[in-house]
Design a protein around this ligand. Structure first.
Ligand code: DHB
Length: 545
């Protein structure tokens, strides 16, 4: 145990002893005290008094002894498991919060599984990024069951509806079968494996103060998540779990933020923001990052989308062909600028081999696995409905162009992200204190102003960088997470598979351990292998109970 965490431990123990002394005083006196405490609500309970003293000494000290015991059951490959766990709710993770509802977190610590005791002292910590749509993720209990859609908030939560965004081309989150690393099921799987759960809320693009200013625009969400990671480290030895095994997990915007958390570990660029909210002085790098359907690399997502889906039908009507073509034209230079080297002898990936790379390394193996796993009758039916795909009895064969034209219906107009009417989640994300939404790419600025030399403000460019994992991977951040689990759905069009594959390959190229794949016939955030992710955490950490 480090000296610092030992000091916390001692401090904490002393205060716990004081608490039990209060409980141990004369029965009469204690009963009177309890009556008073009951009357006054929890504020004056013996425990809370100790708690208050503890938090006065260190406002970010994890209240180890202040929990409720809860139970859950979960289906695992080894059958149904009954879990008893300690539940800690709504712990503030910064000392100068802008909004406690969002800058607080929940912790779950497994106590027993099927009646056998679990010691989670050194377990991996699953860090649940519950953000959807780059909206604020509430940590209050108001909005529905904790853990739904990745933890705090959840469907029915006030933070979930789409804040007026919509219309043709608008994304459909978070209603989709959002199951990656978020809902209760995966948290319960993690608890059943003996892992600790930390689920923070975070500010988001829809946070608006009474005076009309916005307080959750970029980079607020990632700053909050980093502050929550720092809270875990700050409480090393007090909060159960191993802070060197923090594994983040989220899908869509949450997947993008999980990737960013993984890629930007310990970057000094966030320091002023972290100081401003009173984040603990601790490291914020993580061990591993789980990214489901990450909506990321927002700066280049429009061109990537047109390259990937420019040849696909649109659900909404007709795409502006000129805009689509102009964006697509910009993609080759970007792809080449990444200097990515593909696996299996592909050499440098450019637009000339990217389509083949996507098919050979991701799409075809995924289709093959799917078709191998179904019955003969199901396969025959599938093939008769999908005659763009050839099946030789063993392997699926098709080209990227066939897949995009025949199997994909894009959901977004062009530009898909930085759309000109400022009604996308992303332009809303890149607003600032006083402006609700801003164009954030040179392309959209140039197109709307008619000025081919227009550039977004350097201040905004810096914020765009702070939201982009590719920025930190490009700089070979030595503190980027060592292990990555990345998944994308084969029929989702919230963002392009090129984005996800570029993320995976750029990480492989800087020597990271990457487990990436595409789930066949899966939509946005659909998680076809939650247990695989949980098992992967066990394998990469080497954790055994
Ligand atoms: C999400 C989906 C989108 O299509 C998008 O542009 C941003 C976020 C989401 O589901 O989180």
């Amino acid at each position: 145990m480090s000296r610092r965490s030992f000091a916390y431990w001692r401090n904490h123990e002393r205060l716990s002893v004081r608490s039990s002394k209060i409980q141990g005083s004369s029965r009469k006196c204690y009963c009177a005290f309890l009556v008073l405490a009951a009357l006054a609500g929890t504020l004056f309970s013996p425990f809370t008094l100790a708690q208050a003293a503890t938090t006065a000494a260190d406002p970010l000290l994890f209240p180890r002894d202040h929990f409720t015991l809860e139970t859950a059951s979960v289906k695992t490959p080894a059958g149904e498991k009954k879990i008893v766990y300690r539940s800690y709710q709504h712990l503030l993770y910064v000392t100068k919060p802008v909004d406690k509802e969002y800058q607080s977190l929940d912790v779950k610590v497994p106590v027993s599984v099927d009646g056998s005791n679990v010691d989670a002292t050194h377990a991996p910590i699953l860090f649940v990024v519950g953000v959807g749509g780059y909206m604020a993720a509430s940590n209050s209990r108001k909005g529905g069951p904790p853990g739904a859609f990745g933890g705090p908030g959840g469907p029915g939560s006030p933070n979930v509806p789409f804040g007026g965004l919509g219309g043709p081309g608008a994304p459909t989150f978070p209603g989709a079968a959002s199951t990656f690393g978020g809902p209760e099921a995966i948290q319960n799987l993690a608890l059943a494996a003996g892992y600790v759960i930390v689920a923070p809320g975070a500010r988001g693009r829809n946070n608006k103060a009474a005076d009309g200013t916005y307080y959750g625009k970029a980079p607020a969400a990632i700053v909050d998540l980093k502050a929550a990671v720092r809270y875990i480290r700050h409480n090393a030895g007090v909060l159960p779990g191993n802070p060197d095994w923090i594994v983040s997990s989220g899908c869509s915007a949450g997947g993008g933020l999980s990737a960013l958390l993984g890629a930007s570990g310990n970057s000094p660029l966030y320091e002023p923001y972290l100081k401003e909210i009173g984040a603990a002085e601790a490291k914020d790098n993580i061990f591993a990052s789980g990214c489901g359907s990450p909506v990321t690399d927002l700066e280049h997502a429009d061109m990537s989308y047109e390259w990937a889906f420019g040849g696909s039908k649109w659900r909404g009507g007709t795409i502006d062909a000129k805009v689509s073509a102009a964006l697509k034209e910009r993609f080759p230079a970007y792809e080449s600028s990444l200097h990515l080297i593909g696996r299996d002898g592909f050499g440098q990936i450019t637009v000339d081999n990217l389509d083949a790379y996507l098919v050979q390394e991701y799409l075809a193996p995924s289709a093959t696995k799917y078709l191998q796993g179904v019955s003969d009758a199901q396969r025959a039916e599938y093939l008769s409905k999908n005659n763009w795909l050839a099946w030789d009895g063993k392997i699926a064969k098709f080209t990227y162009a066939e897949y995009a034209a025949e199997h994909i219906k894009r959901m977004k107009a062009a530009p898909a992200f930085d759309n000109f009417n400022l009604r996308s989640p992303e332009s809303n994300l890149f607003g600032n204190r006083t402006t609700d939404a801003r164009l954030y790419t040179d392309f959209s600025l140039q197109w709307t102003t008619g000025n081919p030399n227009a550039r977004i403000e350097p201040e905004l460019q810096q914020v765009v960088n702070l939201m982009n994992p590719m920025f930190f991977i490009g700089q070979k951040n030595p503190d980027a997470a060592a292990h990555w689990w990345i998944r994308h759905g084969a029929i989702e069009t919230d963002s392009a598979p090129t984005n996800t594959v570029n993320l995976a390959l750029s990480l492989e190229n800087i020597g990271r351990d990457v487990n990436a794949g595409i789930y066949w016939e899966a939509g946005h955030c659909q998680d076809l292998d939650p247990q695989g992710f949980i098992a992967w955490i066990g394998k990469t950490t080497g954790y055994k109970q």
